[in-house]
Every structure is written in C-alpha cells, then in structure tokens.
Design a protein. Sequence first.
Length: 447
Amino acid sequence: MAATVPLALTGTLTIGARNASAADSAYVMGYFTESPSGTGTDYGLHLAVSTDSLQWMPLNQNNPVVTPTAGTGGLRDPFILRKQDGTFVVLATDLKGTDWSLQSQYIHVWNSTDLRTFTNYHRLKLHDMATHSWAPEAFWDASRSQYGIIYSAVNDSGHNVIMVNYTTDFVTASAAQVFFDPGYDVIDGDLAVGVNGVNYLYFKRNQTLVGARSTSLDPGSFTVFSTPVSHGGTEAPILVKSQTSSTWYLWGDTYTPNGVFYAWETTDLAAGTWTALDQRTYTQPVNSKHGTIQPITTTQYNDLVAKWGAPAWNRLKSFNYPDRYVRHSSFFGRIDQYPFDPYTDSQWKLVPGLADSSGVSFQSVNYLTRYLRHYSYQLQLDVNDGSTAFSQDATFYKVPGLADSSWTSFRSYNFPTRYIRHSNYVLRIDPISTASEKADATFSISY
C-alpha cells in the first residue's frame, strides 16, 4: 500500500508529485542514458522496473521505448505522472545532448494508457522568454482542479527559478509564473504533495539537494527548511515513498555527463534530515541519468516486463566495493568503478556451466565467443576452444554469499576449495578463510 492512511482499492493519493494507488506494489523509472565516452548515450525515453524502488531492472535491453521526433529530436529529464483518470503523461526537456546554450520554450509530451504504447506526441510551449524549460514535472492541484507543470527557467531575476504553468490537458497551458524563487539559482524541482498536510519541494542548489515546504501549493508559498545533502556535485532529486514502510527515499545523481545515482532515506520528511544509504542496497539502471520514479501495480509491472522484456544479461556488483562491477579489460577479469566505457565489458550472459549445466559460465556480451576462465588461478576472457580443460576452467557453482547469504559467491568447478574473488581489483580464484577474503568473494547478480 502506498500510504499509511486507509483507502479503497480504487482510491488514489499523491506520493511525490505522482498519483499513487492503494493497489500499487511496484515502481517504474524513466530516464535517458549517458556514458563516459558516449557508447551508452541515448536521448530517448528508457524504462526500468522495481519491486522495492531500490534494485532496478532495465526494460527493452536498456534501449529507448520511445524517442522524440520534433524539436531537437532528443530528450533529457523525463517525468512520468499518473493522471487523475489512471492513465499516464510523460514530460521531458527538449534537448538532445549537452549544449546548455540551446533555448527551448517547449517540452516534449506523450500520453500513455499503460507505458507500453505512447500516443498524442506533441510539444507544449510554456513561455515566450529567451530561456530554457528544463526538467519539467507535473502535479495535481486539487484546489485549482488543474495540473501544475513546474520547470527551471531564467526569468527577469537573472537566475534560474522554478516556474509553473497550469493545464487540464497538457495540450494548452496558462501563462508562466514564478513558483519558487529563494533569491538564488535553483533547478530540478521535485514535489511530494499532501504529506500530513504539507507539500515538500526538493531542488538543486550549488550542487546539493535542498528542501522547501508549504501548506499550500500556491506559487511563492514555499520556504527552505532542510539540511542540504550531496555526494560530490548532485542534481535531479527524486522523492519516493516506500509502499511497505514509513520510509522515504531521496535519489540524486552526480553532476557529470555520466551520472552516478546516490540515495538517502528518512522516516520523517518534516525533519529535513537524511541518512545516506549503503550502495549495497540499491543499483541504478546502467548509464541512467536524471530519472523519474512512479508507483505502479503488480499487473502493470508484469505487463511492462511482458511487453519490453527482461535483460538478456546481468552485471555483478562487488560486496565490499559496491561502486565497482565485474568487467573484462584487455581480456582480464577485474572490478572497476562505475561508470566506464565500453560499458558492455561489464555485461555477462550467465549460461549453463560448460562442464556442468548445474553450474554457470560467464559469457561476454561484447565478445560472444569468449568466457571468463581461470588460468594459473587468474581470471581472463578467452575464446572457448571446446576442450575439456577450458570447459572446466570456465565453470563455477553459485553458492550463498560467503560474506552475506543474500548475495552470491562462485566456487570453481575443478578447484572446489577456491572461489572467485578480487585482489587489488583483479579477479582470481583462491581458497577463502578470513572475513576480508569472504567479502572479496561475494557479489550481487544485478542488471
């Protein structure tokens, strides 16, 4: 259930700026992608799903499900809102790439009944100013019986403020007005509406995430109250309410062209303080940037997976270095800090073991004839020569994680006292005994 107040199964409430239903039990994320050298960059709408809002599974093999055809032909900063009638609207910045000097008074808009088909694509003009319309989001304002669209733009103040337009149909909108201007540059507004009678607005200021609040949704009514949080330069806040507890999550991604998501938690939005989550507890979709999270039902979750498909590959996260993933580099196995290119070096097909189908072998996604195998106890990516020795060297058994049984460790087929572990970030098979070695030999199978 999406809130602690009782609701009929057909009732809705607002969590973040997004309507949530009492039947919700899962989540969908929308995002675009960027990677360090651009091999994973795509300015279309990507989707991922989750059952806990922390561990994410990309859909459509992490390819876009829809791409703009007007304006710049690309999007940034997508936002998904479930409207009052239960259908969805998708909004996004009209910008392909990172040329911040480009000024668009328009945003991209799609309608969707189920996030499997997208209709009525158009651009919506929000203002006549010589400035941008960045990071649009929307919320239902019950007092106006209209949706508010908030976004970042530079007005007469000379700095970025958060503007608002009102609409009933996302086809036409009222004149722009200032929604929030604390007197300094602010972008990337994200709302949590109607939380114990209070509305919360999180935004980016000086590469930190800061909160403001108001008992109304009136423009100009929000005042800053929270302690800033960041991990390096951080932007793009996303407020998410757990559907199984009183916990709220605040997501943000690093202010780089290839962002890394970080997350914080609290059980009291009114306190304005957040605790950083251990990176072991969450995994972002690969190359994801500036996301949006919307609660959905289990049926919608299943329908999205049925439509777009689960990934045909996995990534392996290190237990004691959860910012690092198993990859091959120069055909040797190692763990490296995310993000990196080619990002496909970290994608693996976990296939039935070459020597024993009850085990697993790691087939490279970008070198399909090659598998991880041990040679002189070090893991390397070699072409399968069809030999018995190769099959045995490339086969491992999945066992409960040696450092955490909810994770996974991999025992060697032909050296059963040895496990895959990293040592100075290089992968090898070794006997495992100490707590440190157990941590080195423990991994999460994710996407």
